[in-house]
Design a binder for this molecule. Structure first.
Ligand code: 3HC
Ligand code: NAI
Length: 714
């Protein structure tokens, strides 16, 4: 601790009568052991400093404090603990002000709540997002927060993990006042506030002694009951939401110290849970996938205007995503009728928002003023990027790319949203393969976060970097993928869907398979997914691949029988499930079960029963095995890329980290044992990937490949 700014993460300096404790631990001033030590020492120095009458806490750089240092989680704890530091801050006999700008999250907000007064700049983002990491606030957030805000608002913050701005924080009672943001604004506002408090002779005001939030006991009790009921429905399988509710209840029932003890015990339990490990893996993994060899090597090309070819399901969704990001968009369709339909899809999204009261008509008009429709490719001449989303047919795609090659300006990025087709072949069909990229969005494209950035062999690095820059602009989660049939996501989906089909033909019902996977934590089972996406898509793919299918691959015809009847899923009112009167949730269909029975007989199969556990193990083993092949082929750079694809694109439970992380949790050797056992009945499908064999022999984890990649990259 020095009185000048230096390399130390926390510094103290007297400014007038105010002792300024400044936190400087880039990038987000996370509360590492050194920061915690520095904060405690800062309060001690300020307490002893006769010239200091008030204390100010401020953060350097772009944040007040982004929270506890997540990188320390899972490692042995180093004193002082954050609750201790918060207790020291709150106990100060001199008034302590927190001046907040940028992120003030988790432990950061808990530090601020331990201060006696709080002022926030307009760029502040305050929240208790621990739940998103499988945790609960562990440094008094549940106790001080409830005393200040009441149970309802405190639970809302802690169970949603959402960030609130300065104005809302004022309204809630989290901060005393909001001030305009700007360079040095937090320090200036904090100093002003501290001086004002000194002039007023204001004494310390401790959140632990506050009773504002406890006044409405009946309201608090009702909020607890409602939160419990809601969590039973929405937080199925999760650990920490229920602990948060318990801790908030303890704030109502118990003295502060007893509430703190309960919070601490629950926090340590949550810290030890595998869910915490899975969620934190997901947090870091999605930050890693945003970087790629190309983003390190090249600068993105500027994107000021975008074209979209095709205004169907995907083209319209992509158009909305681009418009929402503030870009001007030109949609090109085959003819006027198709163009009108495409524009209609786009408008429908905004009309839906108007109906929900989320935007007004003027906002829709403002957004659509950046939209242009055309049936003439010449309208794309000025576009910096064009995304093709026409029918999934190589000849049609090549014809579109020939047009783009003809009309687009030199240097325009030409992207395809194909799901399965060979992008190298598309690129080779035109005169500028270096500009051709895959941008694989997920449906609905304006909602789903995942964007697979598919990198063909001949593309230049700056085009790939442009794809990543676009993802950032659209607030998507990008994952780099190589060219292959289905890239990362759809290729693994196709594999575990086969595993599911085999189980159904062998005796499981599709409804049992879906339920077992939902119980594991998937948002939906594979047969529900098929009904939602439309069975016709998979049917077309199966027909396309029939000629080249390896004769050793077992083929189950049940889905074909459904499709032959026109049962494509939700859109046709029935598929694997029945959807009477446009219902969105399906009900089991006895006729489908009869068809399955008939198919089993035709294939000469005597049905056997499957336990839910076996269903899940087979699906996960199939995912890990195909994932390992994808890694061998370098279609995915690291196991974590596969994890992010499945968490963000396929409803894989985030708290389990992703399929590859989960394989490590199970143990690679155990996954291999399963694969070998299953291979006894179908050696072709279940043949273990050599990578898994190698890792198991060496006693290594898949996660070690994430680390190896990092080592090799510099
Ligand atoms: N600990 C360690 N590293 C962190 C961190 C944290 N709390 N928060 C962010 N980082 C790292 C990121 O990993 C990233 O590192 P990289 O550059 O090497 O990839 C870097 O900081 C920048 O992060 P982002 O790319 O996410 O930057 P943004 O500006 O987009 O977002 C943020 C900043 C809003 C702070 C976001 O990083 C975030 O949400 N962080 C997590 C916040 C959080 O969950 N805090 C609660 C922690 S749990 C806790 O406090 C327990 C307590 O109750 C005891
Ligand atoms: P869709 O059938 O809803 O839309 C395709 C649109 O392309 C139609 O509106 C059609 O009129 C238009 N079109 C066809 N030929 C054209 C041409 N020559 N010029 C201009 N427009 C033309 O199909 P969807 O579902 O939107 O799929 C589009 C692409 O996106 C396909 O490659 C598909 O594989 C891919 N994709 C689809 C996903 C989905 O869930 N539907 C998810 C991710 C990718």
């Amino acid at each position: 601790m020095t009185d000048t700014a230096g390399a130390e993460p926390v510094t103290y300096r007297l400014q007038g009568r105010v002792g300024v404790i400044r936190i400087s631990n880039p990038p987000v001033n996370a509360l590492s052991a050194a920061v915690r030590t520095g904060l405690r020492r800062g309060i001690e120095i300020a307490t002893a400093d006769a010239g200091c009458d008030a204390i100010l806490l401020v953060g350097d750089g772009r944040a007040f404090i982004g929270g506890a240092d997540i990188r320390e989680f899972g490692k042995p704890s180093v004193p002082p603990s954050l609750p201790e530091v918060c207790a020291v801050i709150e106990a100060s006999a001199k008034p302590v002000v927190a001046a907040i700008h940028g992120p003030c999250l988790g432990g950061g907000l808990e530090v601020a709540l331990s201060a006696h007064y709080r002022v926030a700049c307009d760029d502040a983002r305050l929240g208790l997002p621990e739940v998103t990491l499988g945790l609960l606030p562990g440094a008094g957030g549940t106790q001080r927060g409830t005393r200040l805000l009441g149970a309802k608002a405190a639970l809302d913050l802690m169970l949603s993990g959402r960030h609130v701005g300065a104005a809302e924080a004022c309204k809630l009672g989290l901060v005393d006042k909001a001030v305009p943001a700007g360079e040095g604004a937090a320090l200036a506002a904090g100093l002003d506030y501290a001086r004002e408090l000194l002039e007023r002779g204001a004494a310390p005001r401790r959140s632990s002694e506050d009773t504002t939030g406890l006044a409405d006991d009946a309201g608090n009790r009702a909020a607890i009951a409602a939160a419990r009921a809601d969590a039973q429905k929405k937080s199925r399988g999760l650990f920490s939401p229920f602990k948060i509710i318990d801790a908030v209840e303890a704030a109502l029932d118990r003295p502060f110290d007893a509430g703190m003890a309960l919070e601490r015990a629950a926090f340590l339990e949550a810290m030890a849970s595998p869910q915490r490990a899975g969620l934190i893996h997901a947090f870091f993994a999605e930050r890693e996938t945003a970087k790629s060899p190309e983003t390190r090597a090249a600068q993105p090309r500027p994107i000021a205007s975008v074209g979209v070819v095709g205004g169907g399901t995907m083209g319209a969704g992509i158009t909305v995503a681009l418009l929402d990001a503030g870009l001007p968009v030109t949609m090109v369709e085959r003819d006027d009728a198709a163009l009108a339909r495409g524009q209609g899809f786009v408008e429908k999204v905004y009309d839906g928002l108007i109906a929900k009261g989320r935007i007004d008509i003027a906002a829709k008009q403002r957004t659509l003023s950046r939209y242009t429709g055309s049936t003439d490719y010449a309208a794309l001449a000025g576009a910096d990027l064009v995304i093709e989303a026409v029918f999934e047919d190589m000849a049609v795609k090549k014809a579109v790319f020939a047009e783009l090659d003809r009309v687009c300006k030199p240097g325009a990025v030409l992207a395809t949203n194909t799901s399965y087709l060979d992008i190298d072949e598309i690129a080779a069909s035109i005169g500028r393969p270096q500009d051709v990229l895959g941008l694989h969005f997920f449906s609905p494209a304006n909602i789903m976060k995942l964007l697979e950035i598919v990198v063909p062999a001949r593309v230049s690095a700056d085009v790939v970097a442009t794809g990543f820059a676009l993802a950032k602009l659209l607030k998507k989660v990008p994952v780099r993928a190589g060219v292959c049939d289905g890239f990362i996501g759809n290729r693994i989906l196709a594999t575990y869907r086969l595993a599911a089909d085999y189980m159904v033909e062998d005796g499981a019902s599709p409804y049992q398979v879906d339920k077992a996977l939902r119980d594991f934590g998937f948002a939906m089972g594979p047969f529900q997914v098929s009904d939602l996406a439309g069975g016709d898509i998979g049917w077309a793919t199966r027909k396309r691949k029939a000629a080249t299918r390896d004769p050793r691959q077992r083929y189950v015809q049940i889905a074909d029988r459904l499709c032959e009847r026109g049962w494509f899923g939700q859109k046709t009112g029935r598929g694997w499930y029945l959807y009477p009167d446009g219902a969105r949730t399906g009900t089991p269909d006895p006729e489908v079960e009869a068809i399955i029975d008939a198919e089993r007989q035709r294939a000469g199969i005597t049905p056997r029963s499957f336990g839910d556990d076996e269903i899940v193990r087979r699906i996960l083993a199939a995912m890990a095995n195909e994932g390992a092949r994808i890694l061998e082929e370098k279609v995915a750079l690291r196991p974590l890329d596969i994890d992010v694809v499945f968490v963000h694109g396929y409803g894989f439970p985030r708290y389990r980290g992703g399929p590859m992380f989960h394989a490590d949790t199970t143990g690679v050797a155990n996954v291999l044992k399963d694969l070998r056992a299953f291979a006894a009945e179908d050696a072709f499908f279940w043949q273990p990937a050599p990578l898994l064999e190698r890792l198991a022999t060496a006693g290594q984890t898949l996660a070690s490949l994430n680390a190896d990649h990092d080592k090799n990259r510099d």
